[in-house]
Ligand binder design. Sequence first.
Ligand SMILES: Nc1ncnc2c1ncn2[C@@H]1O[C@H](COP(=O)(O)OP(=O)(O)OP(=O)(O)O)[C@@H](O)[C@H]1O
Length: 265
Amino acid sequence: MSPSIAAVASVRDVSKTYGARKALDGVSVEVGAGEMVALIGPSGSGKSTLLRSITGLHPIDPGKGVIQVFGETVQQNGRITGAVRRARGRLGMIFQQFNLVGRLSLFSNVMLGSLGRLPAWRGLIGLWPRADKDKAMAALHRVGVSEYAAQRANTLSGGQQQRGAIARVLLQGAKAILADEPVASLDPVSARKVMELLVELNKRDGLGVIVTLHQVDYAIRYCDRVIALQKGKVVYDGPSTGLDTKRLIEIYGPEYEDAFWEAKA
Ligand SMILES: Nc1ncnc2c1ncn2[C@@H]1O[C@H](COP(=O)(O)OP(=O)(O)OP(=O)(O)O)[C@@H](O)[C@H]1O
């Protein structure tokens, strides 16, 4: 399979143990290049651990587990391979707390997305090539926050910061976005805008998206496919329309309505 059409992530029989706790227990999932998939499940079910394993931020347990990103093996037999650097360039990470440098302008934060391709000294003295500066402004425009380019990141609202973080991923040239609870710190209006932006990047630009969500209603509304984890195991992998009450009780238990952010229709 050529890397351009290979799956964003192919995870086969992966386990991850912290001390005596199995955070992932024989997980196998594959997310295709153009898909937008929600990763849901109760707190502590292993969602973040799965995303971190895909990006090679920690080694999985030794054994038969294998993780491939765009067709290249990034983890095998408990070892992170040399292909992980290339994989990280292709995967844009978005976090709950935005991960911007607060004292830098939004523009400078977005420019940091090009550091993987440029020598670091250029960034240190602000000597960015004109073409990259133009691309950064275009990315900020694309996500709807270009008017705040000169403003220090820590003076912006959460929603504006998260859009800036997405612009940085666009400048990085990522082919897919892995978002770990990207709306958990936002008010519902900003959260909806960030989710709509992710949908647009998926549908219009063809970026693969894997997004962990605490809010089941958001998973159903914005993602065609849902993968649910429970105690480190995949307990559902299918269309979001298949998440009926019985399934939700299986995933979250009888308190499943607490997993809806906005009122359940
Ligand atoms: N660095 C770590 N050291 C020890 N245990 C960890 C570590 N990271 C995660 N765990 C444990 O692994 C399990 C899965 O955690 P993980 O953060 O992946 O769950 P999650 O589904 O993302 O939870 P949440 O929705 O609350 O963010 C939990 O029991 C957690 O306590």
